[in-house]
Design a protein around this ligand. Structure first.
Ligand code: B12
Ligand code: SF4
Length: 482
């Protein structure tokens, strides 16, 4: 390594950020996944710039493969290549790590999947993993790599040394999220995302985060990066970001991407007041918990632009909600669904089948709830045991075939030995589909005809499908992969 005279300031480190998600490879993309650039990476990029680091980014979302990363490595010659990781994109991330190594740069993985299983990423060729909040850790890694200083024992960084994982001490989370710069939207093709939205919906939609973490503890939820910690930006800072998105990109619809929106009542009231006072003219959507989204708040949320709410209903059986440690009551689900319907807000329900302990009767209760409220949109998935969750620990002795951590199950494949076989869950998914279609048909066709079809389908379910598909497994589940 060439030495530099002490009076010559070092050139800024160069960091190439990579989002390895390729939309066309995602089996869920066409149906459920909405495309937004990764807010984690955009915030990292902005923070690095604020800390004397040069940044470029390759976003593979609209690409076919990882070739743009190779081109960028050749032309930009980064000191560090930082890759965002999700389970779905692990294979691509590993491929990128090999290219980075070939080019003699330093590769760092961050984000949910590498946080859950850092050893897999280090074994696959990554030089380091940042398993939690990335901003301050990545700045330090980039400086050290530029200066030729090792990164072992750096707070918040894991490396492999002599075949062993070396974990630096944990790094405290950023104290105040208001100190974060606005996301570096210019690093990605914002117009590509926005025009796609505009074509599909007539709206220019962007994603915004107002908080990090979630204080709740649902047993199937993976929260590797921020755990149960919870921090939020001030409502003023949120409004500043909304105004910038409008000013720079003519955004007119925002998805609040927080794990849960509106955890604190005074906070959300203040934000709504500001949005109404500034008369932003934005529509928005968010993900809410039924215990937090109180009907008396809905009027003001509507006034501020609320258009759609994602509701984590999960099950129509209180027994199952308790088993999932969801912390919600069926009465709250019913109250919220009714209030949203009365207020004319679109509802998107998340439902889950197959969670341990669920019987045919529990599924029936979920279907009845669904029938009662006919949400405009929904997703009903077969429970996916994500590594690092209590649910995963519960079923890890009975995973089926390929490991849950690498599968592209997309909520349609049964990944563990559940109470019933996969065919039963697929059949139940189809019943929800039929129920949704009947719900829509009720307003268009003669109700008697629709009811008749519904009754015939129920009879078929009870007399043919259930006896055929719902044979309970007997004895202990087969252990296939530990
Ligand atoms: C909002 C959200 C979405 C939104 C928008 C995401 C976006 N474009 O920003 C939508 C709906 C589009 C979405 C889609 C999907 N999502 Co999503 N999503 C989330 C959610 C709720 C928040 C993500 C977020 O922005 N967090 C806040 C930012 C600041 O945190 P962050 O991204 O983790 O980044 C920080 C650190 O992780 C770290 N870091 C991240 N990357 C890197 C890279 C480097 C080099 C370094 C050093 C550090 C670092 O530093 C960042 C800043 O501190 C999370 C749950 C969660 N809390 O993580 C799920 C989550 C990330 N999603 C998940 C999944 C599975 C998906 C999909 C694959 C779903 C599907 N297809 O079936 C798609 C993939 C789409 C894609 N583009 O990748 C899973 C991932 C699980 C896993 N182990 O892979 C999560 C964890 C939800 C869960 N509990 O299961 N998602
Ligand atoms: S599912 Fe939602 S509410 Fe439950 S722990 Fe995860 S993020 Fe929090």
């Amino acid at each position: 390594m060439t030495s530099r005279p002490s009076h010559v300031p070092a050139a800024p480190p160069r960091v190439l950020l990579v989002d390895p998600y390729v939309a066309r490879e995602d089996p869920m993309e066409r149906k459920f996944v909405e495309l937004y650039p990764s807010l984690g990476l955009l915030t990292l990029g902005a923070y690095l710039r604020d800390h004397a680091t040069d940044v470029a980014m390759v976003d593979l979302t609209f690409e076919r493969d990882a070739r743009p990363v190779d081109r960028a490595i050749r032309s930009y010659r980064p000191h560090v290549v930082g890759v965002h990781t999700k389970t779905l994109t692990a294979a691509r991330a590993f491929e990128i790590a090999r290219s980075v190594r070939g080019a003699g740069a330093f590769s760092v993985a961050g984000g949910p999947d590498s946080a859950t299983r850092p050893e897999a990423y280090l074994e696959a060729g990554f030089d380091a993993v940042v398993p939690a909040e990335g901003e301050a850790a990545l700045v330090e890694v980039a400086r050290r790599i530029r200066d030729g200083v090792p990164v072992a024992h750096v707070p918040g960084v894991i490396v492999r040394h002599a075949g062993r994982l070396v974990r630096g001490p944990s790094r405290p989370f950023l104290a105040n999220l208001d100190d974060l710069p606005l996301p570096a939207w210019d690093l990605v093709d914002m117009e590509g995302y926005l025009s796609r939205w505009e074509k599909e919906t007539g709206e220019r939609r962007a994603a915004v985060l107002t908080s990090r973490g979630c204080p709740f503890d649902c047993s199937w939820c993976s929260k590797p990066t921020f755990g149960r910690t919870f921090r939020q930006q001030s409502p003023e800072r949120v409004v500043e970001e909304l105004i910038e998105l409008q000013r720079r990109y003519r955004v007119d619809y925002v998805r609040f991407c927080d794990d849960v929106f509106g955890v604190s009542r005074p906070w959300i009231e203040h934000l709504l007041d500001l949005m109404i006072e500034k008369d932003l003219g934005l529509a928005f959507e968010c993900l809410a918990r039924v215990d937090l989204l109180k009907p008396d708040l809905l009027g003001r949320m509507r006034e501020a632009g609320l258009a759609r709410v994602y509701v984590g209903v999960e099950s129509g059986s209180q027994k199952m909600l308790d088993a999932m440690n969801r912390g919600t009551k069926l009465a709250q689900v019913e109250r919220t669904a009714q209030a949203l319907r009365d207020a004319g807000v679109r509802q998107f329900w998340f439902l889950m089948l197959g969670y341990p302990g669920e019987t045919i009767d529990d599924i029936e209760e979920t279907l009845r709830l669904f029938r009662r409220f006919s949400p405009e949109e929904y997703s009903v998935s077969i429970a996916v045991p994500v590594p690092g969750t209590r649910f995963y620990d519960k079923v890890k002795g009975s995973l089926r075939g390929r490991s849950a951590s690498t599968s592209r199950a997309g909520g349609k494949t049964l990944l563990f030995e559940a109470a019933y076989g996969q065919r039963l869950y697929r059949w139940e998914q189809a019943r929800f589909g039929l129920e949704a279609a009947l719900g829509k048909a009720r307003s268009r066709f003669q109700p008697q005809v629709v009811e008749k079809i519904g009754r015939a389908a129920d009879r078929f379910h009870e007399e043919v499908a259930t006896p055929l598909l719902a044979r309970k497994r007997s004895g202990p589940p087969t252990v296939r992969s530990p």
